[in-house]
Design a protein around this ligand. Structure first.
Ligand SMILES: Cc1ncc(COP(=O)(O)O)c(C=O)c1O
Length: 126
């Protein structure tokens, strides 16, 4: 169902681990006057690297360790460049369901980068 959102071959980026990719994304998309939307209990590097770039953080309170997708959508403004979805979430192990993710993707402007960090996807059971 998410096929229409998958990357084309020419859009692939390779990195030395996911942490480096998070830093590259922040360096490329964030800076003074921009902001990143993230959940309040999530992988700390999203916030750390955004702060290093001088960007603002729109931190949305989590709900029992889960991302509050509706409030994350509400937290987006004209200066938002990146939305961080940690899926499954480190450190809580919760994850965003497919329909929630589709809703998020359909709700935000196409110039906002929605990052779905699936560093621990192997541990998800259905
Ligand atoms: C959600 C998440 N993203 C990224 C990373 C960084 O992964 P890597 O070891 O590939 O740099 C971690 C590591 O704990 C993580 O938990």
């Amino acid at each position: 169902m998410l096929d229409s959102y998958t990357s084309q071959r020419e859009n692939l980026v390779f990195s030395n681990g996911t942490d480096e990719l998070i830093r590259i994304i922040c360096r490329a998309f964030l800076g003074t006057g921009t902001n990143a939307v993230l959940s309040s209990l999530s992988f700390p590097q999203y916030k750390r690297y955004a702060v290093m770039e001088g960007a603002d953080i729109h931190e949305v309170p989590h709900v029992n360790g889960r991302h509050h997708i509706e409030k994350m959508i509400d937290a987006v403004d004209d200066n938002t460049r990146v939305i961080w979805i940690c899926n499954p979430n480190n450190p809580t192990g919760e994850y965003v369901r497919e329909q929630e993710l589709i809703h998020l993707l359909n709700s935000v402007n196409q110039n906002v980068l929605v990052v779905c960090d699936e560093a621990y996807y192997e541990y998800v059971t259905y």
